[in-house]
Design a protein around this ligand. Structure first.
Ligand code: MLT
Length: 311
């Protein structure tokens, strides 16, 4: 009987699927690297979200491991290169949390444009800041979407009806343009200079270098907003903080940080920044979908050698 370790907390749907498929499953969360190294030789499969860092040391100790499944999209917490060298399959669940992430990006946009967090906090305190709260509308504005995968596409569909122009920067859009008549393919520089809202939905660069730095921010409209619900290192946080303080842009809303969990960050306490703790994908619905997807995919691989959503 194959054996799987679930090392991050996730919907118990995953555990139930493994049990139904006669796959032995242990749920052990919050383990250190050393603790995982000790037990990993027992397992044929491993399931993680983002908390477990599947390091080179873990993979090298995993003498029986055949598959690592990520309940989510990003695999930046897994040393994919070492896993591949060891002939392990790495799978993710693309699309499983795309709607959740796109809806959160939209919520961030509305929050920062309408100053909802400030309005909420001050109203609770009885401060009645009505005179100091003036929002900005979406109508007639230009939204720039960087990356047009599952999340970018979903966000573009969500804003239909808000009377916005949508510019997209994506290498793959040209070949599938006819499917998306509501967006225009543009260069990254065009997005930077023309957008009122610039929202990131792409992978981080492999070398870890930020895609958006102060040089770009200097070219943005002073009334514009940056939204990052993708990965923390895509937008340089120090530059973003400076750009907010120097009035190069009007505001930012950020769900992802260069270091997570983020206990301190240069953006903390910047009144022009709306911040959430990497929860874009954390909805009741998405957590069930990604748990189901990853458990079914791993079961199919271990029992029938079917490979789906390999990275
Ligand atoms: C993902 O990569 O799927 C999202 O960032 C959410 C998560 O970390 O699970």
């Amino acid at each position: 009987m194959p054996k799987v370790l679930i090392s991050d907390s996730m919907s118990n749907v995953a555990q139930k699927i493994f049990e139904k498929n006669n796959i032995s499953v242990d749920v052990k969360t919050g383990l250190t690297e050393e603790e995982i190294i000790k037990i990993i030789p027992e397992y044929d499969g491993m399931v993680v979200r983002s908390a477990t860092k599947v390091t080179k040391n873990i993979i090298e100790a995993a003498i029986n491991l055949k598959v690592i499944g990520r309940a989510g999209a990003g695999v930046d917490n897994i040393d994919v290169l070492t896993a591949k060298k060891k002939n392990m399959i790495v799978m993710n669940t693309p699309g499983g949390n795309a709607n959740a992430t796109a809806e959160h990006a939209f919520a961030l946009i509305m929050s920062v444009l309408r100053k909802i967090p400030f309005a909420n906090e001050t109203t609770h305190k009885g401060q009645w800041e009505k005179k100091n709260i003036k929002g900005v509308e979406l109508s007639k504005k230009t939204l720039g979407i960087v990356g047009f995968g599952n999340v970018g596409v979903r966000l573009s569909n969500l804003v239909k009806g808000f009377d916005m122009k949508i510019l997209v920067n994506s290498k793959s859009l040209e070949s599938r343009k006819s499917e998306y008549p509501h967006v225009e393919n543009s260069s990254f520089d065009d997005l930077v200079s023309k957008c009122d809202i610039l929202s990131f939905h792409c992978k981080a660069a492999a070398d870890g270098n930020p895609m958006l730095t102060k040089e770009h921010m200097k070219k943005m409209k002073p009334t514009s907003y940056i939204i990052n619900a993708a990965r923390g290192n895509i937008v340089d946080e120090n530059d973003l903080n400076d750009a907010l303080n120097e009035g190069l842009i009007a505001g930012a809303a950020v769900d992802v940080f260069s270091k997570e969990p983020s206990k301190e960050n240069v953006l903390f306490n910047n009144p022009k920044a709306v911040l959430t703790p990497h929860v874009a994908a954390s909805t009741v619905e998405a957590s069930i979908i990604v748990a189901e997807m990853v458990a079914n995919q791993i079961s199919d691989f271990l029992l029938k050698d079917i490979k789906v959503n390999t990275v």
